[in-house]
Design a protein around this ligand. Structure first.
Ligand code: G6P
Length: 608
């Protein structure tokens, strides 16, 4: 949601800004803009729609200024029009903003009384005027921003350019992400790491309340009261190439095919024949202390919530601890029973999802221990948590999450095994067995990817179907929810996932010969039950696509079959989601939708 870039240095700012905004496109946006100071003038370009529209408007040869700010806007207050696009300017103050100013109407009224008039419908323009108003008194930009922000309620990350001073950029963050990249004779501010990677890997993850100023060679950070603060400089290990398409047609396809590799990375150093599962990240939290947890509470949104759904089955069956799984947006507004013996696990690829952060904060306030499962180093949830288990998926650019999901599952399975060991619920031999199975996991995911040709052929057949139903049981119930979500997100096809046993309580009324059903039937205790459920829908004329091990397919049933490799029953959710990801991808590709940036969606939902 909204992407910000600010550049100051010795290069042409416009190239860095546009390149940075391109790397933030995944966040979702519907208009874009840039402003550069050149020859004492602010040159602003704004445009509705894709970044390509903005790029077309700009003659880079004419723009050589070395300081500038850029923005991709995901409309909240005011429609996606050129007038509402950022940067906004009032006098000296040129500003881009990500977030929501909650008291903007109140502020607007007060400013109008002081003679200010507004051209856009945005809350951001209010911020410009607010700073400009303070400038009348203080004359200096930094204190003016500081004073203006003291009047603001809501969330923001802002970068401010002073039209009268091309040697500085100002910034502030409260609730929305902002990263500072420290280069040689150049500094960059951006909403996320991929926009900075091409220039430097030395970064500061700004914290809530941080405000500051950068020049080409220096940076200063202050707290909300204006006191200087020190922040750790992190060295990011992501490679800039990781954020490129690498010959694939879409980021999503590249990310699906990266899964064997990133699952291998996520496992690296965390399993060993001698020690079982090693999670040093949890040492401090549970180290020598008695393991005093009687309830595990997951909070997450979207795909991450589905990962939590699988983990619930794993943990309850192996560790015997009750597990609750909540959508963060619901959890934060109910009155959950959380106490000191609760272990809250917040799962978030980005680490910046507003609802997940609020839910995690609530659990922590009520005394829970908080673990984050996250993909982005230094992100907000990792700073909030007592401990973080990182997924090592590398940058995930496609809005529809794929490799983040399977690496989350990998981490959650490691956590399950670790907990079961800690609680002495698993025998050494059984743990050894599971560790052995985990070693084979990347290879098995590779085999699942081999289903691509079959899936692609089937996708043609299912392209015009709507709705599409997905059914599964046990750990595969959340997996079918994920399969249906993928299809909705990128192919805009109405799809629903159901616990197969629940079909007869309503959803089966939807089934006829035009409604395809995709069924997951892994080997195990629930196989016979699944076969009965498939019989129920087949008897009503549905064409059934079955995904499972070859010997599990019931004879004479199903219109199509996708064979899966043999695996430990705990690991099958990680394998069976792969053909579902490919299925959604191939249908969307044949339909020609905008796969990496589907309509109305944002990768990182940093506002409520
Ligand atoms: C957005 C994305 C989803 C993602 C969800 C949670 O809605 O479009 O793909 O699953 O946010 O994101 P998180 O970064 O917290 O995992």
């Amino acid at each position: 949601m909204c992407g910000i870039v600010g550049y100051i240095g010795d290069r042409s700012a416009i190239s860095v800004l546009l390149d940075g905004l391109q790397h933030l496109e995944y966040r979702g946006y519907d208009s874009a803009g840039v402003a550069v100071i050149q020859d004492d003038q602010v040159i602003t370009h704004r445009s509705v729609g894709k970044l390509a529209n903005l790029i077309q408007k700009i003659d880079r040869r004419e723009l050589h200024g070395t300081v500038g700010i850029g923005h991709t806007r995901w409309a909240t207050h005011g429609r996606p029009t050129e007038v509402n696009a950022h940067p906004h300017q009032e006098g000296r103050v040129v500003l881009v903003h990500n977030g929501i100013i909650e008291n903007y109407l109140d502020l607007r009224r007060k400013l109008e009384k002081l003679g200010h008039s507004f051209t856009s419908e945005t809350d951001t323009e209010i911020l410009c005027h607010l700073v400009a108003e303070q400038l009348k008194k203080t004359k200096q930009m930094q204190p003016a921003i500081q004073k203006a922000l003291a009047l603001v309620e809501g969330s923001y990350a802002i970068v401010v350019m002073d039209a009268e001073d091309p040697d500085r950029l100002y910034f502030a963050r409260q609730g929305s992400p902002l990263v500072l990249g420290l280069g040689e004779k150049e500094n960059i501010l951006a909403s996320d790491v991929p926009a900075i990677l091409a220039y430097t890997r030395k970064m500061v993850f700004l914290e809530d309340g941080d405000r500051g100023v950068i020049s080409a060679k220096k940076f200063e950070i202050f707290d909300a009261k204006g006191k200087p603060v020190k922040r750790k400089v992190a060295q990011i290990d992501w490679d800039p190439v990781m954020a490129e398409k690498g010959g694939y047609k879409h980021f999503m396809l590249k990310e699906i095919f990266e899964q064997p590799k990133v699952i291998g990375d996520t496992l690296a150093g965390r399993i060993s024949a001698k020690h079982g599962v090693v999670l040093p990240e949890l040492a401090e939290l549970f180290g020598s202390k008695k393991f005093d947890v009687d309830h595990i509470q997951f909070v997450a949104c979207g795909t991450s919530w589905h990962a939590a759904g699988v983990a619930r089955y794993w943990i309850e069956s192996l560790c015997g601890i009750p597990v609750s799984v909540d959508l963060a947006s619901e959890f934060r507004y109910r009155n959950p029973v959380i106490g000191k013996k609760t272990l809250c696990v917040a799962i978030s690829q980005s680490g910046e999802t507003a609802d997940t952060l609020a839910a995690a904060q609530l659990a922590k306030r009520r005394g829970a221990k908080l673990i984050a499962v996250c993909n982005v180093q230094g992100s907000s949830v990792t700073r909030l948590a007592h401990a973080t288990l990182y997924t090592r998926a590398g940058p995930e650019i496609g809005v529809a999450s794929t490799k983040a999901f399977t690496t989350q599952l990998t981490v959650l399975w490691l956590l399950t095994l670790w907990l079961s060991r800690k609680l002495k619920k698993i025998k050494t031999a059984a743990l050894e067995q599971e560790v052995k199975a985990l070693k084979r996991l990347p290879g098995l995911v590779q085999t699942s990817l081999e289903s691509h040709n079959e899936v692609r052929a089937l996708a043609k057949q299912f392209m015009n179907a709507s709705p599409v139903l997905f059914i599964g049981r046990g750990t595969h119930y959340p997996v079918v929810l994920e399969g249906a979500l993928k299809l909705k997100e990128i192919a805009y096809i109405h799809a629903e996932g159901f616990a197969a046993g629940e079909l007869k309580h309503g959803p089966i009324a939807l089934v006829d010969q035009d409604v395809p059903v995709i069924a997951l039937l892994p080997q195990g205790d629930l196989l016979e039950k699944m076969i009965s459920n498939i019989q129920e829908v087949a008897a009503r004329g549905a064409s059934v696509l079955m995904i499972g091990e070859k010997n599990c397919f019931p004879k004479g049933m199903g219109t199509a079959h996708i064979p899966m490799p043999k695996a430990s029953s705990y690991l099958t959710p990680i394998l069976y989601v792969v053909p579902l990801q490919l299925f959604a991808y191939d249908i969307a590709d044949q339909m020609g939708t905008d796969i990496d940036q589907p309509r109305n969606l944002a990768k990182s939902v940093t506002v409520e």
